[in-house]
Design a protein around this ligand. Sequence first.
Ligand SMILES: [Zn+2]
Length: 295
Amino acid sequence: MKTKEHTTQSTVYTIIHKWKEYGTTANLPRPGRTLKLTVEQGENWSEMQPRGPGDSGGTAKIYSSADTPQCPLCQKAGSLEHILSCCPRALADGRYRWRHDQVLKAIADAITSGIISSKHQQPTKLQITFVKAGEKPHQRREKGGALLASARDWQLKVDLGKQLKFPESIAETTLRPDMVLLSETTRQVLLLELTVPWEDRIEEAFERKRAKYRELVDQCRSQGWQARCNPIEVGCRGFAGQSLVRTLKLLGVRGLQAKKAIKNITDAAEKASRWLWIKRGDPWISHATQTQVGT
Ligand SMILES: [Zn+2]
């Protein structure tokens, strides 16, 4: 089938617009509620310009739900949910890991920009107010906790390319969070763990990741670090989980900068999912690490 050049752009924007509209007008999707994108709409993806590893440009074999009701990889029912999130073969191929890393890169870029721009801000300090005898001392951070502005030596370690090794000076562990943001002078460490789930499973992913890192966070705290773990979820069809919005806010990435970051991050998820859909029947050549399931 030949790609329809003229309809491509408008089709793309219609789909993206629908998703963006949904993503900004609703909170977390309720369990059992499906997003607007259906398999039929998903078929429009086959008209998109291909992007991704091994991109040969418009040569992706196009399937329709009519002639391929089964997943071309594992022969189970090939629903959009299956192809984008549940296929064991796609998981084993590293397809979901590849998408995860595309989104992770976009988040790392946003945090790096946040670190750079925070250097131009007034440093925030812990404010200790004087209290009368018998009252509780009250500590608060200025600007509602703009973490990036509270230190000048932030280092961001990202589990991309080179495997991340958790800093031994903080705690010894075999766990590899997706990102570690740390300031040695102020002894603050933030663990960030990304999941790119099917939208209905955002809350479940958050709880699972939080539980996974609870012990490590406690270990860091016992070594005198202010530590926390923020799981981040970005739905695989480009839906920004509340956890992403909250984390950017915590860091002090706000206003236009936050808006731009969220757009880049959700676009990365949506584009990668589109690519997975287009390539669902093709062999996968991945250079990404496949040691961690973290999809
Ligand atoms: Zn499958």
